[in-house]
Write a protein that binds this ligand. Structure first.
Ligand code: 13P
Ligand code: SF4
Length: 328
């Protein structure tokens, strides 16, 4: 196993496996591994995963699994969160290059300095952050529980919220708080075009617009429902409407279409029609071939320094405890 090259961030060994899906299933069983996938990964990854969910659900699953190996098909911070919650387990990701532009918009040292400059604040970090940023954090939130967690704090509590300015502004607007915001954003959610969404709405007048709170305010203002990936999925299942314009990463349409084959889901277009900017290039680094290699070679592994694990576990556990109490 030592001569395997992961210098590119994934196992660079040509894989030519017939029936790759069956082989992945075999390896999972043999190695007592569980495959967790985010809704933004390719449909074929979602279909083969043991569990598909949003960031909160992936963390909850990682915490409760009995499997010895967790393979996180998502992005790096999701793997780090699983490792922090289960330090004794082997946590693998198919490609270590699967980062997150939002997490990258918040450097841990700069965030630490921002906190120092603004003393007396409770620090809330979105889960889309590195473990080193969580080290500086009092409570972690996801888009599923951010509102409730902020509302669970006294109304006069001074709060720093990072790194997503759009989610932070949205939470401020619905809770009436005045959280101090870090100025970060996601490259996918910032690029949706209001003009093109409204053009689609003219074409499909009865369609409802669904938007993730990482989108800019102009998009959230026209949305019929704002929520996490899981919340948007649930809304699309329960609502009577049969057509939805979906302003979040387009991978979620796979599960929406699977759950509601009779309904129409239209991905919201980005400003630049020549790019596939409503796809997260990091999430799309997960592939069946890399998943096979990852299970086969048990590489690449997510590692987090012990002192960071010890400190970063506290705000994640706080989030999970509050979520359990809230029934989330
Ligand atoms: P969710 O927690 O809503 O799945 O969001 C994760 C994410 O990365 C959004 O861009
Ligand atoms: Fe990060 Fe944006 Fe990709 Fe979500 S869609 S993982 S926030 S880069």
């Amino acid at each position: 196993m030592n001569n395997i090259d992961i210098s590119k961030g994934f196992v660079d060994k040509a894989v030519c496996v017939e029936n790759i899906k069956e082989e992945i299933a075999k390896l999972k069983k043999e190695k007592n591994a569980v495959v967790l996938a985010h809704y933004y990964t390719e449909g074929e990854i979602q279909d083969i995963a043991d569990f598909v969910g949003d960031s909160l659900a992936l963390a909850q699953w990682a915490k409760k699994t009995d499997a010895e190996i967790i393979v996180m098909c998502g992005v790096h911070f999701m793997g780090e969160t699983a490792k922090i919650l289960c330090p004794g387990k082997k946590v693998l990701v198919p490609d270590l290059n699967a980062g997150c532009s939002l997490a990258d918009s918040c450097n841990a040292d700069d965030f630490g300095a921002f906190i120092k400059k603004n003393p007396g604040h409770t620090v809330i970090s979105y889960v889309n952050t590195t473990a080193a940023v969580k080290y500086h954090t009092d409570i972690v939130v996801t888009s599923t529980n951010a509102r409730q967690i902020v509302e669970s704090l006294p109304a006069d509590e001074k709060i720093i919220f990072g790194p997503d300015r759009n989610l932070g502004n949205y939470i401020n607007s619905i809770t009436g708080r005045n959280m101090l915001l870090w100025d970060g954003a996601c490259h996918v959610h910032e690029k949706f075009s209001l003009e093109k969404i409204l053009d689609l709405k003219k074409e499909y007048p009865s369609a409802k617009i669904l938007a993730h709170p990482e989108c800019k305010k102009v998009i959230l203002t026209v949305a019929d429902h704002v929520g996490s990936t899981a919340a948007l999925l649930n809304f699309s299942i329960k609502d009577d409407c049969d057509t939805f314009i979906v302003a979040t990463e387009s991978g979620i349409l796979h599960e929406m279409q699977k759950k509601c084959p009779q309904k129409t889901f239209i991905p919201a277009p980005p400003m630049d029609s020549t790019c596939a900017c409503n796809e997260c290039s990091f999430m799309r680094l997960n592939s069946l071939e890399k998943l096979y290699n990852t299970l086969n070679y048990e590489l690449p592994e997510v590692t987090v320094d012990e002192d960071i694990i010890e400190r970063a576990k506290l705000p994640i556990d706080r989030m999970l405890d509050i979520s359990t109490k809230l029934g989330l």
